[in-house]
Design a protein around this ligand. Structure first.
Ligand code: NDP
Length: 225
């Protein structure tokens, strides 16, 4: 995780420096693209211990996906927006900047608060920040949250994560589809990941998972899907 995430952040900073050295200023589009990405990198390192409970570690194990993905794919593909802006500077209106920044803030909060809520609940269900939340007991022994963030949709954390990525793509404007590659790729990754996780949970929790799905029928977006 560390080399890939830090490499991504360093590449982003290099592209901003390149833009500054060639054009004499850093555009608002560049800030709009890289500040959220730097925040995501700091978040990943700050909450590093949470990676131990992710599917990559608990189910997938270390192989091609993590080796190539984290070391090569993440820094080179996730920094595409900054790379594009370093040689094609785009300046946005204040309104467009505010709209994209709002999307970034709301989606980041959804991603972070939902993940933190589940981590806090799993670490200590009686902690004051989570003890008011409703949950169902399962025969497998684990408790499944059915209120708070996890009562809205079964993978509300993926929703926040995807819209946060989309905001970074929107930061490049509408000059080329290339800078939207990340949003398309990440959608496929999260949908595939969601299917794998549903399959795993269905096998683990059996009829308790059906009860859970009845209580929380939406997968990503409350009242829509
Ligand atoms: P989650 O953090 O969503 O974990 C899913 C697991 O949580 C389930 O298998 C189940 O595990 C448990 N769980 C599910 N529902 C509940 C509930 N209601 N209450 C309590 N526990 C529940 O999945 P990931 O590990 O896939 O993702 C972690 C984060 O990493 C996400 O925010 C994702 O967006 C992000 N991510 C980012 C990537 C990137 O490239 N930027 C790539 C991949 C992920 P159990 O068996 O313990 O019950």
């Amino acid at each position: 995780l560390r080399p890939g995430i830090i490499g991504w952040a360093l590449l982003d900073i290099c592209f901003a420096v390149k833009q500054y050295s060639e054009y004499g200023h850093v555009t608002n589009s560049m800030w709009l693209a890289i500040l959220p990405q730097l925040l995501y990198a700091v978040d990943a390192l700050w909450f590093e211990s949470a990676v131990i409970t992710t599917m990559d570690i608990t189910t997938d194990g270390f192989g091609w996906m993590l080796g190539f993905g984290d070391l090569c794919w993440v820094p080179s593909i996730y920094s595409l927006q900054a790379r594009f802006l370093s040689s094609c500077p785009v300046q946005h209106s204040a309104l467009f900047t505010a709209l994209v920044a709002t999307l970034a803030v709301v989606s980041f909060l959804t991603f972070r608060l939902s993940n933190s809520e589940k981590n806090a609940f799993r670490a200590d269900p009686n902690h004051p920040s989570v003890r008011h939340l409703e949950y169902i007991e399962t025969e497998a022994g684990s408790k499944l949250l059915v209120s708070g963030w996890w009562g809205m949709a079964r993978h509300i954390n993926y929703t926040g994560d995807w819209f946060f990525g989309l905001a970074q793509c929107l930061a490049t404007g509408f000059e080329t589809p290339m800078t939207y590659f990340f949003a398309a790729y990440f959608l496929v990754l999260l949908l595939h990941r969601n299917n794998r996780d549903e399959h795993k949970c269905r096998q683990k929790y059996k009829k308790d998972w059906d009860r859970y799905c009845e209580r929380v029928p939406y997968q990503f977006i409350p009242f829509i899907y």
